[in-house]
Design a protein around this ligand. Structure first.
Ligand code: IMP
Ligand code: MG
Length: 184
């Protein structure tokens, strides 16, 4: 577990409220999910892992190394947050994957499900491209989304309803590089 001094070195002097998931806890859970996803993929049918940037970049990097099956990786960029800590409700597609989705098993990787807005906008959009299957994995789920068009098939942690940073999650673009997840 990182000491307060180590935390402050990384944040530039700012304390976090508490470390919610340590780097070791995350690694253990990611390994378990990788194993479950590996078992779910039909043999001989390759997978396209589609990471939602920027928040999922570390999760994708760790998760794909725990999936023991052939796969390809691409990313999609959908912005929903401005500089605040409350969702604006607006979802913009800023980068569209070049990878073909049609007739492929697609695994959409989300860092955290909060209002569910991003997922509710993205899933129908991706379904239109006729993937063979489309599943969702989320590292964190706040369980506050009133409706979700698709529940994630795999969830890393049901997390507290705090504003979380680290392991890809940002606050105004800061703190993505923290190896643990903390509440701000
Ligand atoms: P939703 O559309 O409200 O479900 O939020 C999805 C996106 O908002 C996530 O992919 C994150 O990028 C961002 N987000 C939601 N909650 C948090 C948080 O606690 N910390 C940092 N980013 C968050
Ligand atoms: Mg964000």
């Amino acid at each position: 577990m990182a000491t307060p001094t180590e935390v402050r070195a990384r944040t530039g002097g700012r304390d976090v409220q508490r470390i919610v998931y340590s780097a070791d806890e995350i690694a253990t859970r990611v390994r378990e999910m990788g194993r479950e996803i590996s078992e779910w993929i039909p043999p001989g049918e390759p997978l396209l892992v589609l990471g939602l940037l920027k928040g999922s970049f570390i999760f994708v990097a760790d998760l794909v190394r725990e999936i023991q099956r052939p796969l390809q990786v691409d990313f999609i960029v959908a912005g929903s947050y401005g500089s605040g800590t409350v969702s604006s409700g607006e979802v913009k597609l800023l980068y569209d994957p070049s990878a073909e989705l049609k007739d492929r098993h697609v695994l959409l990787v989300e860092d955290i499900i909060d209002s569910g807005n991003t997922i509710n906008k993205l899933i129908p959009l991706l379904e239109k491209r006729q993937p063979k299957s489309l599943e969702l994995v989320a590292l964190l789920h706040k369980r506050i989304a009133p409706t979700l068009v698709r529940e994630p098939r795999w969830v890393g942690f049901n997390c507290p309803r705090d504003f979380l940073i680290g392991y890809g999650l940002d606050h105004s673009e800061d703190y993505r590089h923290l190896p643990f997840i903390a509440s701000l």
